[in-house]
Design a binder for this molecule. Sequence first.
Ligand code: FAD
Length: 388
Amino acid sequence: MSTNGSISFSLSAEHEDIQRLARDFARNEIAPVAEHYDKTHEYPWPVVKKAQELGLTTMNTPEAYGGLGLTMFEECLVSEELAWGCSGISTAIGVNSLGMLPILIGGSEAQKTEYGNRMGDGELCAYCVTEPEAGSDVSGIATTAVKQGDVYTLNGSKTFITGAINANFYTVLAYTSPDLRGTKNRYKGMSFFVVERDWEGVSVGKPFEKLGQHASDTAEVIFDNVQVPATHLLGEEGKGFLYAMKVFDHSRPSVAAGAVGVAQRALDEAIKYAKERYSMGQPIWQHQAIGHMIADMAIQVEAARLLVWKAAWSVDSGARNTTAAAFAKAYAADMAMKVCVDAVQVFGGYGYMSEYPVEKLMRDIKIYQIYEGTSQIQRNIIMRELFR
Ligand SMILES: Cc1cc2nc3c(=O)[nH]c(=O)nc-3n(C[C@H](O)[C@H](O)[C@H](O)COP(=O)(O)OP(=O)(O)OC[C@H]3O[C@@H](n4cnc5c(N)ncnc54)[C@H](O)[C@@H]3O)c2cc1C
């Protein structure tokens, strides 16, 4: 896929190299231990450490700041491959790129250098926006950061935070002008901060028990009178909501690529099984109902991949990608959910059993329709852009 303006659907040699690196990592390091982490719900430390050695936790951080410096397109190639191996483990790895985004978008040179290099040296981070009363409605957050002198006092709690348990620092959205909350100017009242895990007043809840992605921890992060030096404000005060929206433009193609990876895995497993399993004297794929179902799965996976590539290309070429990212995220997530359900159907009764791979895929994929903006919110965005 060319990212320099000319149209080509074949990957460049560089793209193939990074795709191969991620594919090998997914097949050799992730897939063999996926079942273990799914069953134990442990954090996949050994895999994350190896991913750090390859730079996969700093994919989007430029080399100048200690990261791998991938383009959006390359990041999507990697995300698809890692999610093929296990989307729980790939989320545990990929969330670090999400956590870094507010720093890369709004941060000063000094902040990018410090936090980029700390990530390059093996630290982890998490992205804290959602709250118990506000998920889709980002401006509904209640966390406040009130300034006195050179210090902000941060109070509030964030929930469903991926990677919260082991993160060394958090990027946190809070109201710096709490009086604007609930008014038409609320979007100008929020700011992003980088907050250290070991500061007094920062605490993390127990990991939530959840349907899938057991290798990726999800927990509450509580800020109780945390004293945040003004040097930890990211960018300008009042620009936090804008930065959060810019984060989505970058994070959604990558999340959508992960959904494609899970769907590709479901397709691969379905094809393999449909060749091995016989009924009425023939392999089940030769029953047209099953063969067509698998053909439909393949069409949808390919269509979603192209939407992801277009959304990623838009970012790399500097074009506005809000609609393209919403197309990719909505379609890839919904498609992958359906493809995983269909894969379970191809497996029949065995598909329902946890000793076969598609049961896990069906549990893991559901979250893609929820995080980084639900499928409904993506449609709201598309609708808004269409009727602008
Ligand atoms: C496993 C997991 C990991 C997560 N990781 C993170 C993380 O690392 N950092 C972070 O900040 N957040 C994270 N989240 C939060 C996630 O982004 C939110 O759950 C998501 O944005 C939805 O918000 P909500 O749960 O409050 O649902 P709500 O916003 O309450 O929505 C409930 C339902 O109503 C629908 N709905 C709401 N508003 C509208 C509307 N205007 N139009 C149409 N339908 C609407 C939604 O689509 C949904 O179906 C995570 C969530 C989960 C479950």
